[in-house]
Design a protein around this ligand. Sequence first.
Ligand SMILES: [Zn+2]
Ligand SMILES: [Zn+2]
Length: 155
Amino acid sequence: MSNSDENDSDESEPTGRCPVCPDHPDLEGLLDRDVEFRGCITCFGLFVHADALSQYVCNAVGDEDAVTAYDDLLVTALKKQGGPSKRVCPVCEEPMRRLGFGEAPFMILDRCENGHGLWLDKRELKKVVRTCRAQTAVLGLMPPPGREEDDDSVD
Ligand SMILES: [Zn+2]
Ligand SMILES: [Zn+2]
């Protein structure tokens, strides 16, 4: 964890600061379903790379086809990308852009235009999983979910 002297990772980026909380506390690196996030322990917002989020969705839905659904939703979202967000990217500190993502449910995420990642408010990660699961069913990749599952359930 604290091998700060070892230069073994490809890039030792700082985790950045929370774009939401007024005092912009440092984000903490965290791991959920083997995927790296940077999280704010005050507002529970999360910053994650778009590819990592894809991996998370795949792990959470438990079906590789969910990646196709996620890609589909992301492509659609990027085509109708919204206006500038009030929030800045934790990595490059440039203003992010609003990104309307998903259909059921729909949510507004913030996305760094330099490709650093997406900002998810508290609970939006679960919404992303839910909308991707629903989209997987829409695409006919798997049967529609018969029940509402808690995404925190153990595997
Ligand atoms: Zn925060
Ligand atoms: Zn950025």
